[in-house]
Ligand binder design. Structure first.
Ligand code: E4P
Length: 216
């Protein structure tokens, strides 16, 4: 399983990229709005940092096919690494299908069921993004959805890649990897939670103390 970072904050993207652990970026309208910067300028800067797939979403107010495909073409034109994020609706599937015909990569987002994931794959989605955390929030099992989609894609020989989204913890990340997901898109905070371990910190401190006692 590979890692994308789920943020539009360029400082976080730089730090994660410098560690060599990410190979792509996902953004969404809430993450872009949080940064308060121009959309195109933000995406262009991200593309200078990470040389891998960068998901940019169509506007949340654009719900019709015509609007989505127009924006999809504009987003794809920003940079060769762009992937157009499209919500899983009937119009979204239609836009996804047209993008596939035009060679535009897509990430079908706001996926909350295995049947939605199968439709996205059949419409030609490059990536499908099931949201784990938001399912857990309503007392459903987000990780079980990942396991089901991974099995279903494997049994049916489906090429669309699974991006585990709405990740809230290192536990989510490890379970996604065990389930056979292709990618987890992880917030910077969770990447850092994965880095740190109290025994690593204690170990460094002990090595320092022992070393200093003998060598000063
Ligand atoms: C996925 O691509 C989304 O940007 C993201 O994972 C949503 O996560 P949230 O549920 O924490 O907002």
């Amino acid at each position: 399983m590979r890692f994308f970072i789920d943020t539009a904050n360029v400082d976080e993207i730089r730090k994660a990229n410098d560690m060599g652990v990410i190979c792509g970026v996902t953004t969404n309208p809430s993450l872009i709005a949080k940064e308060g910067r121009d959309y195109k300028e933000t995406i262009q800067e991200i593309a200078t940092i990470v040389d891998g797939p960068i998901s940019g979403e169509v506007k949340p107010t654009t719900l019709d096919y015509e609007g989505m495909i127009k924006e999809a073409r504009e987003i794809a034109a920003i940079h060769p690494n762009m992937v157009v994020k499209i919500p899983l609706t009937a119009d979204g599937l239609k836009a996804c299908h047209q993008c596939a015909k035009e060679g535009i990569k897509t990430n079908l987002t706001l996926v909350f069921s295995a049947s939605q994931a199968l439709l996205a794959a059949r419409a030609g989605a490059t990536y499908v993004s099931p949201f784990i955390g938001r399912l857990d929030d309503i007392s459903e099992d987000g990780l079980e959805l990942i396991r089901t989609i991974a099995d279903m894609f494997s049994v049916n020989g489906i090429d669309s890649q699974i991006i585990c989204a709405s990740i809230r913890s290192p536990y989510h990340v490890m379970q996604c990897a065990l389930a056979g997901a292709d990618i987890a898109t992880v917030p910077y905070k969770v990447i850092m939670q994965m880095v740190h371990h109290p025994l690593t910190d204690q170990g460094i401190e002990k090595f320092q103390n022992d070393y200093k006692k003998v060598f000063g």
